[in-house]
Ligand binder design. Structure first.
Ligand code: ADP
Length: 625
């Protein structure tokens, strides 16, 4: 029998596959099963268009068998089969001709790109086999053929006997080496788990002969091994089922089965979309954040299927970072089966799917916020921070997607409110959306800077997360109302105190100048306050960097210390101010002492550290003398 040569490019490809260090050798079975399923599809479509052909569902299946002694793994299908010419043309030639020519030697070496990008399909069998035999009988033909190859050296084709139409692929599995365990591909449990993992949703049954032990009939404790043919795959994936036939428990089961999390899913979405691209998806919003969620180790992504065949475990390109908590599967017939990460990223269809998924998630979250407040707050507790990071990242480009999903604690309601809710409750004269920043709600409650804003009857949003103020800076405004910190120097409240304080400011010009001199280098300005009621002093900031931001930024590694421009505000209605005035007139030493102590107090209230605590206590003792 004559050995035929592979086409030059095919030979090259085979050499790459055989010698490749491609780590995921497991995928060969997926490739063979997927080919088998396609071959059955072809008969099915024939039957759809030709009345003389009857497609009897029971006759179509894929069978996976292992023979340990012969080291053979056999994949049989009852599909369309191949004629001698087809074996020659389709198996002997690489389909995507020219695909190798533009790859450099280096890129070709590890085979990763080739296998990933072009999909070697059938050839992947050579990653695990010394010899591959195909016995096939084409639909409508009387003669079967055997194709056989040991790799790059070539192949033979000869007529042979085969009763049923279809294809049988026999792999002679390689001997295990120190680095590679090939024996596992002859083990029932491994094959079973590979089918479950990669081909569970193939729509034809994938059968295996499963050995189990059972009690021998008529005996008490004697066991015998029985072989039973079982269908391994579940065939209809949950996302292809009709929503109306599924209960919450079904989705929950699926969530567990897929190991999406140890918690319960808080929400699930079952999407069926037809349009520019068609896809189906089952997505989950978990109840709790995974332990590594807010670390670099966390990998986002959805399982990606191409018509029931898994192409990627975690496809990151389907989710924006701010929705990285979403888990689930996406299946689209419009995606090619063999597509690598790099190519996938550029794929137009994938981009359309990702965009659609993004807006579905957004809609689902908005809907939860509106109709299931409690569930939304649970979600927000776990993942709100991620949404806020999303607002902040990419220079605020995601504002429209996210601004209505964030919540903050409200001074008025004493619970979380959305920006829309805040805006709705605003009195007409209110010019800005006010917020206050601090370590905890309790601490913010006591902040002197909030006094006058509250008295005006305005609601204040409490920012307790490091990211809050940064996120809001990106947002700038909501419904044309600017965000304003109660600690910003230009808090324009239009109160009676405003006009009055300007008067006082003028009257006490020298005193304030003197205070500024005492505190030179530490503050930018000293002013009469328009916002204080009961407290003698407070610190506010001028410019873009707030005092809270200064704190956050200085916990991060960087070369120069960040400093907010601080302004010391003095409550001119406070008794302490009278003492200050007296000291200014009569006792410069005392005036200096008072000024320094008041400034340190303001720092403490703001949650800033005192540079020299010993010095401060000494000064306080001096006061007590
Ligand atoms: P792909 O499946 O991406 O086309 P493969 O190398 O896996 O690439 O297969 C090449 C071709 O060989 C297939 O397109 C199909 O026509 C044929 N083929 C492979 N396996 C089978 C099979 N089990 N039954 C019928 N035809 C098959």
């Amino acid at each position: 029998m004559q050995t035929k040569q592979f086409q030059a490019e095919t030979k090259r490809l085979l050499e790459i596959v055989i010698n490749s260090i491609y780590t995921n050798k497991d995928i060969f079975l997926r490739e063979l099963i997927s080919n088998a399923s396609d071959a059955i599809d072809k008969v099915y479509y024939k039957a759809l268009t030709d009345n003389s052909i009857v497609f009897n569902q029971d006759d179509y299946y894929i069978k996976v068998n292992a023979d340990k002694e012969k080291r053979q793994l056999i994949v049989t299908d009852t599909g369309i089969g191949m004629t001698a010419e087809e074996l020659e043309e389709q198996i002997g030639t690489i389909a995507k001709s020219g695909s190798l020519s533009f790859k450099s030697e280096n890129e070709l070496k590890d085979g990763y790109d080739i296998i990933g990008q072009f999909g070697v399909g059938f050839y992947s069998a050579f990653m695990v086999s010394d010899e591959v035999t195909i016995i096939s009988k084409a639909f409508g033909s009387d003669q079967a053929h055997r194709w056989q190859s040991q790799g790059a050296d070539g192949y033979t084709i000869e007529p042979c006997e085969k009763e049923e139409t279809g294809t049988q692929i026999i792999l002679t599995i390689k001997e295990s080496t120190e680095d590679d365990d090939y024996d596992q591909y002859l083990e029932e449990y491994k094959l079973r788990s590979l089918i479950k993992k990669y081909s569970d949703f193939i729509r034809y049954p994938i059968k295996m002969d499963i050995t189990r032990s059972q009690k021998k009939e008529g005996t008490k404790d004697e066991y015998e091994e029985v072989v039973e043919e079982q269908t391994i795959n579940s065939m209809v994936p949950i996302w292809k089922k009709n929503k109306n036939e599924l209960k919450y428990e079904d989705y929950q089961e699926f969530y567990f089965e897929k190991h999406f999390g140890f918690d319960k899913p808080l929400r699930h979405m079952h999407i069926t979309t037809e349009g520019t691209v068609s896809y189906k998806a089952v997505l989950f919003v978990p109840e709790k954040a995974p332990y590594d969620f807010y670390t670099k180790e966390y990998e986002k992504g959805l399982e990606l299927y191409s018509n029931g065949v898994l192409i990627m475990d975690k496809c990151p390109d389907l989710l924006p970072d701010y929705f990285s908590f979403v888990k689930g599967v996406v299946d689209s017939e419009d995606l090619s089966l063999n597509i690598s990460r790099e190519v996938l990223q550029q794929d137009r269809q994938l981009k359309v799917i990702a965009k659609s998924i993004k807006s579905k998630i957004q809609k689902e979250l908005l809907d939860t916020l509106e109709h299931e407040r409690e569930a939304y707050e649970t979600f927000y507790k776990a993942f709100g921070r991620q949404l806020k990071y999303g607002l902040y990242s990419d220079f605020g480009t995601h504002r429209d997607d996210l601004q209505d999903l964030i919540l903050f604690h409200s001074s008025k309601e004493n619970k979380l409110v959305s920006l829309a809710e805040y805006a709705e409750g605003m009195p007409e004269d209110q010019k800005a959306i006010y917020y206050a920043t601090g370590d905890s709600i309790d601490r913010i409650e006591k902040m002197p800077q909030t006094e006058m804003v509250k008295e005006k009857g305005y609601e204040i949003l409490y920012f307790t997360d490091d990211v809050d103020e940064f996120a809001i800076k990106m947002l700038r405004e909501y419904k044309e109302k600017e965000f304003k910190s109660v600690s910003s120097s230009d808090l324009d409240l239009d109160t009676e105190a405003s006009e009055e304080s300007e008067e006082t400011e003028k009257e006490n010009k020298d005193l304030f100048t003197q205070m500024k001199e005492v505190l030179a280098g530490q503050i930018k300005e000293v002013r009469a306050s328009k916002r204080l009621k009961h407290h003698p002093v407070c610190l506010v900031n001028e410019g873009d960097i707030s005092i809270e931001m200064e704190k956050v930024l200085n916990t991060m590694p960087q070369e120069e210390e960040v400093k907010a421009d601080k302004v010391l505000e003095v409550n001119t209605h406070h008794e302490v101010f009278t003492s200050l005035q007296q000291a200014f007139q009569n006792d410069q030493e005392k005036f200096k002492l008072y000024t320094e102590i008041l400034y340190q107090q303001a720092r403490l209230i703001e949650g800033l550290s005192v540079d020299d605590p010993v010095d401060l206590t000494n000064k306080m003792c001096q006061l007590m003398k």
